[in-house]
Design a protein around this ligand. Structure first.
Ligand SMILES: Cc1cc2nc3c(=O)[nH]c(=O)nc-3n(C[C@H](O)[C@H](O)[C@H](O)COP(=O)(O)OP(=O)(O)OC[C@H]3O[C@@H](n4cnc5c(N)ncnc54)[C@H](O)[C@@H]3O)c2cc1C
Ligand code: FES
Length: 393
């Protein structure tokens, strides 16, 4: 709750805390002060920001640097999702605050009793390296979601052509989409262009072979490998603009109205988009999912801690957001149940309204011009540049 002595006293106290923290004489300004019991009572009803705990029931090694992790709810509850959506895994690692990372569901949405995520190790990556090396059956994971709109809603009566272009771990949401189309839409078909380094680095190689073999010609998988040895029929090269164009031409009859799903490394996605635009594919038919965090991170540019008032459920809590930290970090540390999902600017779940002050956000993110004009900011990638007030729902 607001300090009974008024805003001036609050500001003086915040400034004192901040200076003490920065001089090492008090608690670190990274951690906001704990909320009062009244604040907790007023905000305890919202469970949107709460993670659920899922149990790892199996870990399957896909390649030397990728694993598929099967998760179930220990109480037997379902884990529904729409094909193409992702879950946000919260991993506490020594020396770091809990880290949040998004991983797309790769299993069939038709079996909500369990969900699989497939994690590929990124060089120097903290969470991916940890999960690939240490995830094991019996462990538990905190998980948020599902979220994301890189989705396909399968409809039994649909008769359509889905063209997917994937590189490396970008296959994961496309796997769930392909499974859904093949299982639910008997009159639809899928063409998949899938780029990898070599035969050994193809995630889901055997499963894709099996799906294609049982699809009655409705799944056409076209592997593109930098080193094609060991994979009969694979094209040699990278999924660059020319190769994507050549493969689309070779795939033949890409009927007008095909929908394109693109997911993979940034360079591959740019090449795929350029090749599709060259072919006259309308922008609204191209769906893209980016795995990388926003390119322009603002943390290094925000050098000063700032006080932020967070108003929610009729109650205001004042927190100090440390230099480089986000409003979400500070709010959660103070016990404010702010909503979140991807935690990287991609889904909009953490949107709050900025009613005073100025923030810097990592870009690009999912906010549109109209959101920005209405004062909406994303708490997960917003760092205050001045004292701020935000309204959270
Ligand atoms: C919507 C969404 C869905 C995703 N789904 C999946 C999935 O299904 N499977 C999967 O393996 N990953 C997926 N990712 C990526 C995943 O969330 C992490 O970003 C990735 O595992 C790296 O996290 P880390 O903690 O290991 O790396 P960090 O410790 O955060 O980063 C270490 C270094 O790697 C770089 N880096 C971070 N992410 C990537 C990346 N994706 N590619 C290349 N370099 C990177 C960073 O810039 C940094 O230099 C998804 C991301 C998003 C936004
Ligand atoms: S939690 Fe997804 S945009 Fe902030």
């Amino acid at each position: 709750m607001r300090n009974a002595n008024g805003p001036l006293a609050t500001l003086r106290r915040d400034a004192r805390m901040l200076l003490d923290g920065l001089r090492g004489r008090g608690p670190s300004p990274l951690i906001a002060r704990p909320p009062s019991p009244a604040y907790r009572a007023a905000t305890a009803t919202d469970s949107a920001s709460r993670a659920r705990t899922l149990e790892i029931v199996a870990v399957t090694r896909e390649t030397v640097d990728a694993v598929t992790i099967a998760l179930r709810d220990p109480a037997g509850l379902g884990i529904p999702f729409v094909p193409g959506q992702f879950f946000t895994v919260i991993v506490p690692l020594a020396g770091d605050p809990p880290l949040r990372r998004a991983y797309s569901a790769s299993s069939s949405h038709l079996d909500p009793s369990q969900v699989t995520i497939t994690v590929k190790r990124v060089d120097g990556g903290r969470v991916s390296s940890h999960l690939v090396a240490h995830a094991a059956a019996g462990q538990r994971l905190s998980v948020l979601g599902p979220s994301g709109d890189f989705t396909l809603v399968a409809e039994p009566r649909a008769a359509r052509h889905i063209v997917a272009i994937a590189g490396g771990s970008g296959i994961t949401p496309i796997m769930a989409i392909a499974r859904a189309v093949l299982a639910v839409e008997p009159s639809s078909r899928v063409t998949l262009l899938y780029g990898n380094r070599d035969a050994a680095s193809i995630i889901f190689a055997a499963e894709l072979d099996r799906l294609a073999a049982t699809s009655a010609g409705r799944l056409d998988v076209r592997h593109v490998l930098e080193d094609p040895h060991g994979r009969a029929g694979a094209a040699a090269g990278r999924l660059d603009r020319d190769t994507v164009a050549a493969q689309l031409t070779a795939a033949g009859d890409l009927a007008a109205g095909a929908t394109y799903y693109v997911c993979g490394p940034e360079a591959m996605m740019a090449a795929a988009r350029a090749a599709l635009v060259d072919r006259g594919v309308a922008a609204e038919l191209i769906r893209e999912e980016r795995f990388a965090a926003p390119a322009r991170r603002q943390a290094s540019q925000v050098a000063v801690a700032q006080p932020v008032s967070i108003r929610r459920a009729g109650v205001t809590l004042d927190v100090i957001v440390a230099a480089g930290a986000t409003i979400l970090d500070a709010g959660l540390a103070a016990g404010v149940p702010l909503k979140l999902s991807c935690a990287m600017g991609g889904c909009g779940a953490c949107a709050v309204k900025l009613t005073a002050g100025e923030v810097a956000m990592d870009e690009p993110n999912c906010l549109g011009a109209a959101d920005r004009a209405a004062g909406t900011i994303l708490a997960c990638v917003a760092r205050p540049l001045s004292p701020c007030t935000v309204e959270a729902s």
